[in-house]
Ligand binder design. Structure first.
Ligand SMILES: N[C@@H](CCC(=O)N[C@@H](CS)C(=O)NCC(=O)O)C(=O)O
Length: 192
């Protein structure tokens, strides 16, 4: 597999998940402003959406969108998915919330004219919702899932933008940060 990524971007969730799953992959950095890969290729010719993550499977199939990429990795490594009869549905439900509610709420921070006060409130509301439904040490209970990798990547942004995190979220963040696959991913992206 090959992951197109940008350091500290949401693609960090896929890198963490690959390492936690023990799936071998190569990684190619994308300059998201210039839309050029580290090999000098036009990224829009590779992924017309121009965003990361993009995961290219060994058969050449390319998968984009965090929800799809992370769901695929959880299918390849079921220990990183949610258990129970509705496990996959619950995982997609959570990934969709993370993508369409939390991830989107950060967008104004990257735009010079973005309303960051409203965005900070939106992030806080969504983190409170996630905290309320956290089922244990991780989002789904005792086991780390790809959804935790996604939430962790966004908690890093929250810290970077100096948004307040509750004691529960801070403890959760530190717990996730200690995992071997997370440490490896952070080190590889120069974020350790
Ligand atoms: N809908 C995409 C959005 C991913 C996304 O927003 N990626 C950001 C980095 S966190 C990006 O590539 N931004 C640059 C761009 O979209 O041009 C997904 O959920 O995967």
């Amino acid at each position: 597999m090959k992951l197109y990524y940008s350091p500290a971007a949401c693609s960090l969730a896929a890198r963490i998940s690959l390492h936690e799953a023990g799936i071998a992959a190569e990684f190619e950095r994308v300059d998201l402003k210039a839309k050029v890969t580290e090999q000098g290729d036009d990224y829009r010719a590779i992924n017309p959406a121009g965003s990361v993550p993009m995961l290219v499977l060994d058969d050449g199939e390319a998968v984009t969108e965090n929800v799809a990429v992370l769901d695929l990795l959880a299918q390849r490594a079921p220990q990183l998915g949610a258990g129970g009869p509705l496990g996959r549905t619950r995982l997609i439900e959570m990934l969709s919330y993370l993508s369409t509610e939390l991830h989107i709420a950060f967008k104004p921070f990257w735009h010079p004219d973005g309303d960051t006060t409203a965005a900070a409130q939106a992030v806080a509301t969504r983190l409170a919702h996630l905290e309320n439904r956290m089922a244990g040490a991780y989002l789904f209970g005792t086991d780390f899932t790809v959804a935790d990798a996604y939430l962790f990547a966004m908690l890093r942004w929250a810290k970077g933008f100096a948004l307040p995190l509750s004691p529960v979220m801070l403890t959760y963040f530190e717990r996730v940060a200690e995992r071997a696959g997370v440490r490896q991913a952070l080190a590889e992206e120069g974020l350790a």
